[in-house]
Design a binder for this molecule. Sequence first.
Ligand code: PHE
Length: 448
Amino acid sequence: MPARENWDTKIGFILAASGSAIGLGNIWKFPFITGQYGGAAFVLTYLICIALIGVPVMLNEFVLGRRTQLNPVGAFKTLAPGTSWFLVGGLGVASGFVILSYYSVVAGWTLGYMFVAISGAFQQFTDSAQAGSFFNSYGGNTFYSLLTHFIFIGMCIFVVIKGIKGGIEKYSKILMPVLLLILIVLVIRGLTLPGAEKGISFLFKPDFTKLNGNTILVALGHAFFTLSLGMGAMVTYGSYLKKDDNLISSAALIVFLDTSIALLAGIAIFTAVFSFNLDPAAGPALIFHVLPAVFPKMPGGYIFGIMFFSLLLIAALTSGISLLEVVISYFVDQKGWSRTKATFIFGSMIALLGVPSALSQGLLADVKIFGMTFFDLMDYMSFKYMLPIGGFLMTIFVAYYWGVKDFINELQSGCPQLTLKPAAAVVLITISSVLILVTLIAGILGIG
Ligand code: PHE
């Protein structure tokens, strides 16, 4: 078997891991939940959750990956041989399967919208009702939904097949700077629109009367999803790290980048939404129903529309790649498959699993399982259960089964100046376990 690959450069790893974190979660989900759950008070809660859960859980994942140099299943098999802990890794691989299958449907819409923007069709929208009915007929179209879904998975396969250095790292190094550049242009455009300050105060001036239990739970759950935690994506990316990389500074930088991009996307979107007096609380439809009606109204809107949907597509692609890589690394490491064979076979299986999700806005819109469309079911299962359960078990594993001594040792490799008492590490990790558990139970009870 060929030697296992490593990241070529530290910056390559940082860009790939932040590429995984920065995705539809930042540019599609974060703005709309901020809009729905009351703006700045929500943003503040989210930032606290990121610090309390994000950093410790990400470190856990990096440690498990780099220590074992394996995929999530292999990592648990190595550290806890003869036990059932490997099932936590198995849950992660399954989550990669499930999440990518519907994530790529939304990513497919952004791909389609990029072409719609290029065709100039947005320019005819005079209000968001028109943009909304356009989306309904677009998302409900069997041919386009399937086509763009398949193309997006094809793009992920194309990159993952080339491996770590020549695929994921290489493309992240190109795509992430482009993403940042486009976002900066959009932020400047947003800030220079008349009435932009209303959008800014919506995002940054907290009104604490808007804060309630539900807001906190949504912020907690989102902290998880946006940082790609709970399914071993960061275990997998960490497994390609060398022993002299500093895990702590890497995690801090990735969390910082992810959060900054979400806030910048919020600025770009809400300045525009408020400037044209549209509804910030439009929910999941914000990007697809509301924004296309904004572009025709703003100077240069044609080009900004194209840029916005390209931005979303790039963000989705670097995340989609990481979802697929979790599945592939499992079959390569544990089952000895060649990367090419594993990527083709499992990429295609994920594409097939995504078919009912792609048809959920159209042909299968009336088929409900537990009262949800297939698309909603996949989203619900993974966001509410699979990721939090995975993340919770990983923190328990490190703090109470494997032991924090080894955890601290691994952190010190690449960061020898670190002094962290085992008791302090247990407390820090336990805080995140408890927070995750609360979100999970509230989710089960239907509160969140
Ligand atoms: N973090 C990605 C986003 O914000 C989604 C993701 C979740 C990717 C879990 C990988 C693993 O869009």
